[in-house]
Structures are given as C-alpha cells and as structure tokens.
Design a protein around this ligand. Structure first.
Ligand SMILES: C[S@@+](CC[C@H](N)C(=O)[O-])C[C@H]1O[C@@H](n2cnc3c(N)ncnc32)[C@H](O)[C@@H]1O
Length: 268
C-alpha cells in the first residue's frame, strides 16, 4: 500500500520529464556547454552540488565528479528522475531551500539549470550569496539562466509571425511562450504578470491572431510558479559582490535559445 502511494508521484515525474522540451530540460548544446566549462574551468573532479535534480546534469556529474549532492525542496523529484539519468555511486540528496541561509562551504562546483529563474528578482541577491557560501574557496558555479534583454520582439504579433515562418511544425507554446512571458513581464518581480498574460492572450484570440487550439495551449500552460527573466546587465551586477564571471554562452539548438545563456562563475 505504502509502495503504491509512493510510486505514483515518481512515475508521474518521469512521465512529465520525458515530455518536457528545452529549455525546461537542458538541450544537447546546453549540456555540451556545461561539459566544456567543466573541462576548461575545473582542474580536477571534486565534490559537486546540483540546484535541483536535473537528470542530464546528474549524468554529467556521474562522468566527472567525485560525488554529487542534489539540493531541492522536493525529494520526489530526486527519486523520480533517478531512472532518467546515470546516477553517481556517491550521489546524495539534501532537502533545502536555496534562498534560506545556512548552507555551508561544501562544494567545488555547483550546477543549476534554470534554478535562479525559480526565484523572483528580489531574491537574486540571497540566492547568489547562498550559492557563494556553499562553494569552497576557488569553487565555480555554472548556471543556465533566463534573460530578457536578448528577446528580439516588441509585440506579440511579431512573435506569432516568427513562429509561423520558422517553427510552424512545433507547438506554438513551446517556441513562443518565453517571448510572450518577457513581453508581459512584471518588471518588479521579473516573472510574467499572469493577469496581463490572460488579458493579452484573450485579445490575440479575439483578433483571430491565434487559433482556438493555440489559445488553449497558451492558457493551459500558464506556469504555476513564477519564472523570472533578468536583464544580463542586472544579473552580472548582482553577481559582482560574490563572483567573477568566467564565461557566458548561448546554446543554439532550440527555438528560444537566445534567452537562455549558461554562465560560468568563480567564487570571489
Ligand atoms: C532546477 S529547477 C528548474 C527546472 C529545471 N530546468 C530542472 O532541471 O528541473 C526545478 C527544481 O527546482 C526545485 N526548486 C524550486 N525552487 C526551489 C528552492 N527555492 N529551493 C530548492 N529547490 C527549489 C523544484 O522542486 C524542482 O525540482
């Protein structure tokens, strides 16, 4: 009985993850960027931390790290994603909140895929300070973030036209939702303002710019947790007290990759 209760969320996690596409899960080029950074900036394997339970990054750690600790609020994700990755024999889990203080110097390298984007702009400083505190002297952090300033669009109709011209074989939500979220961002929190999102989406539907099916896709996938987008200049300024920036590279292998750079940071 207990087993079947435990199993359900894990199976759901796995199923959900299998259907998730970049950037929510790392693309091949993103993983290649992390791997390149490991080879370039980490002199030896070392003890790694992971902000979250991302299967692709756990598999990377299995290749290179001496040990890996996944830090997450949700232990189901840790167990659930285990069957999607190559697990390190010295892999562990720590239940924690990245924005709560108290994390001590433990890691030579910390990886995060979209982790800082899970907190609002107000919490970036706490997040980066805690990240700094959990790294050993000389340690590095490789973070894939979400930026707003490289969004090339000014109007939702431009996003839709771009999607129809270049990506009509893919669901519009997948190619365009990030750009729409940036256009309808609450500049204070960095996350999409869902009231504006609903309102603007309704207008596009009423004007016949999106079909019934496309409207349903967009509305059905309004993110339950606010995902923040940050100006690169503001992100780099927020890093300044804690990190030197070694590198920043954009993948190119999915539709909205130009808002998803991977940063390499070194603890000051
Ligand atoms: C790293 S993130 C972003 C999505 C992502 N690309 C991935 O790899 O799963 C997803 C994970 O972050 C965890 N999470 C979100 N906010 C958190 C926080 N403040 N502290 C610790 N874990 C958090 C969630 O439980 C979830 O497992």
């Amino acid at each position: 009985m207990t087993d079947s209760i435990k199993k359900l969320p894990m199976n759901m996690c796995v199923e959900i993850w299998r259907n998730v596409k970049p950037p929510v899960r790392p693309s091949e080029q993103m993983v290649a960027i992390y791997e390149d950074y490991v080879n370039k900036y980490c002199s030896d394997s070392g003890d790694w931390g992971l902000l979250g339970c991302t299967p692709e990054l756990r598999s990377l750690a299995a290749e290179y790290a001496s040990s890996l600790c996944c830090l997450d609020l949700n232990k189901d994700h840790y167990h659930g994603y285990a069957e999607l990755c190559k697990q390190h024999p010295k892999e562990s889990f720590m239940l924690c909140d990245w924005v709560c203080p108290g994390l001590t110097e433990s890691f030579d390298l910390v990886l995060g895929d979209g982790s800082i984007s899970m907190v609002s702009l107000h919490q970036y400083d706490e997040f980066l300070k805690n990240l700094h505190d959990m790294l050993l002297p000389g340690g590095c952090a490789f973070l894939r973030i979400q930026v707003s300033n490289t969004n090339p669009f000014n109007e939702p109709s431009e996003v839709i036209a771009w999607h129809r011209k270049n990506h009509s074989d893919q669901p519009i939500f997948r190619t365009s939702a990030f750009y729409m979220q940036i256009l309808w961002q609450d500049s204070d929190l960095g996350a999409v303002n869902t009231e504006i999102y609903r309102d603007q989406m309704q207008k596009l539907y009423d004007a016949g710019e999106v079909t019934d099916e496309e409207y349903q896709q967009f509305m059905g996938k309004i993110t339950p947790c606010p995902i923040s987008y940050v100006e690169q200049e503001a992100f780099e300024a927020a890093c300044e007290p804690y990190f030197d920036i070694l590198d920043a590279r954009f993948p190119e292998d999915f539709a909205c990759s130009n808002v998803c750079p991977v940063y390499a940071l070194k603890k000051k």
